[in-house]
Design a protein around this ligand. Structure first.
Ligand code: AHR
Length: 500
């Protein structure tokens, strides 16, 4: 097969906000405990954080990190996680049938984030708590001193405020599984009141209101409309969440998951802009895609197996998906979709970061390693240029059960004065695609280098026993012509091509 791509730096989608390369740490399974935090580990630093994990997180190149949940947050009392450790309560975590020890809380997490150069995005509990608790944690986190909660933070050894800019107003409140699940009207009222109160403390906060837990939810669309009509003036973002997995061995549809993500984003943007007209606002609401990933929900139903509430474990192994080459290609295509919408998706969080549906895995007392999905994330974060471009892509299509005819190749280009970087996936299960890129609009291409992720075995994965089974390889098929650059994309592959 052959595909043809035209790149022109004049056709700009928008600047790529670095927050697009965010992630998510939830108190869930072994994400925090035995993930980022393991005081007895050989690499643990003075605060008990695993240094091998810190190094991998830095290499991954994450920006913002959403914390502390997720479903966990809807039963969370943030005050449990501050002050002397030996006085912190152990609590039931209803979302994940676990016991929460509260050894890590806001202050410790902020300390860890400093070590990985991350920005904290904090989710408040609007499932079982309300306006007052939101104001309390805001005061604790962001005020200098002189008031009750700010002084407590100072007394807890944190003289400087955390100065958290982005705040999520609850989590997945449309989901029946959520503690405190409510109707769109009920949630909209609570979110509006909370947002307005938080803005009385600091009008410049960036607030994220909950959108749907997924485009498959029965209330999707209507939920966004109702919630935004009520909160429009007081919020800046609406959230999107999406997880993908192959259904019944239908890899063709799975490889086209990015099409679903594109449509999801377009629908939320259309709804937000429609509400903008209705409420006659000059402000534009952007998307915080604050949970996205491949997640084998049908394979790992581990939470349901933890039944006896008297013995809920601390940090059990939950949602520990092992990712294949196929998964990593889909994952890379989801990043392409996010970048393609950089004008409206100005924040995103890969869910999650360590052990729990994660690019980084650890063994207690043992090594930390990169899953296959680590590579598309780290290379996109590292090599994406600062502006997303519109592309002209002419390419054969194939039929999918879920999304109809879809393009065999998907791609996005990014550009700035330093050069152009193109990200592409070949969705074919069987065939190579030769991609011919028209580079006439670029001011001469002297150097072209590519890295691809693919394997003869699309189910190959990195495991404790074989930590480097799958790594990206240099793609040496690149050829620079007079007005074109050509490259061969192997079947089921993800590729980054840098032009300068
Ligand atoms: O990321 C795992 C879970 O998925 C989160 O806790 C929840 O928000 C979503 O349903």
């Amino acid at each position: 097969f052959r595909a043809h791509l035209t790149v022109d730096p004049h056709f700009v989608v928008g600047p790529i906000n670095r927050r697009l390369f965010g992630s998510f740490v939830e108190h869930l399974g072994r994400c925090v405990y035995d993930g980022i935090y393991e005081p007895s580990h050989a690499t643990a630093d003075e605060d008990g954080f695993r240094y091998d994990v810190i190094e991998l997180v830095r290499e991954l190149g994450v920006s913002t990190v959403r914390y502390p949940g997720g479903n966990f947050v809807s039963g969370y009392r943030w005050e449990d996680g501050i002050g002397p450790r030996d006085e912190r309560p152990r609590r039931l975590d209803l979302a994940w049938h676990s016991t929460e020890t509260n050894e890590i809380g806001l202050d410790e997490f902020a300390t860890w984030l400093d070590k990985v150069d991350g920005e904290l995005m904090y989710a408040i509990n609007l499932g079982t708590r309300g306006v007052l608790e939101a104001l309390d944690v805001l005061e604790y986190a962001n005020l200098r001193s002189g008031t009750f909660w700010a002084d407590k933070r100072v007394a807890n050894g944190r003289p400087q405020p955390h100065d958290i800019r982005m705040w999520c107003l609850g989590n997945e409140m449309d989901g029946p599984w959520q503690l405190g699940h409510s109707t769109a009207e009920e949630y909209a009222q609570l979110a509006a009141t909370t947002a307005a109160a938080m803005r009385q403390v600091d009008p410049d906060l960036e607030l994220v209101v909950c959108g749907s837990s997924g485009a498959q939810m029965p209330t999707f669309g209507e939920w966004e409309r109702v919630v935004l009509e009520k909160t429009y003036d007081d919020v800046d973002f609406i959230s999107c969440h999406a997880y993908y997995e192959p259904k019944g061995g239908d890899y063709g549809s799975f490889l086209a998951s990015g099409v679903n993500m594109d449509r999801f984003i377009d629908a939320v943007v259309a709804t937000a802009d429609s509400v903008k007209a209705v409420v006659r606002s000059d402000k534009t609401i952007n998307i915080s895609f604050d949970e996205w990933n491949v997640w084998y929900q049908s394979r790992y139903n581990d939470v349901d197996k933890i039944t006896d509430v008297q013995t809920w474990p601390v940090a059990p192994r939950l949602l520990e998906d092992s990712y294949s080459v196929l998964d990593a290609v889909v994952f890379g295509s989801l990043m392409i979709s996010l970048i393609r919408h950089a004008d409206r998706v100005t924040s995103a969080s890969l869910a999650q970061l360590v052990n729990v549906i994660a690019p980084i895995m650890t063994e207690p007392g043992g090594p930390a390693w990169r899953q296959t999905t680590f590579y598309p994330f780290s290379l996109t974060s590292k090599l994406a240029r600062s502006t997303a471009l519109e592309l002209r892509l002419d390419c054969p299509t194939y039929a999918t059960e879920e999304y109809g005819e879809v393009s065999l190749v998907d791609a996005v280009a990014t550009h700035d004065d330093g050069g152009t970087t193109i990200f592409a996936v070949n969705r074919s299960l069987t065939d190579e695609v030769t991609l011919e890129i028209d580079t006439r609009a670029l001011a001469g291409v002297g150097r072209a280098e590519a890295i691809s992720l693919f394997d003869d075995d699309i189910h190959a994965a990195n495991t404790l026993a074989h930590q480097d089974r799958v790594t990206p390889k240099a793609n040496t098929s690149v050829e620079i012509g007079e007005a074109t650059v050509t490259i061969t994309l192997p079947p089921v592959s993800w590729t980054v091509l840098t032009l300068a």
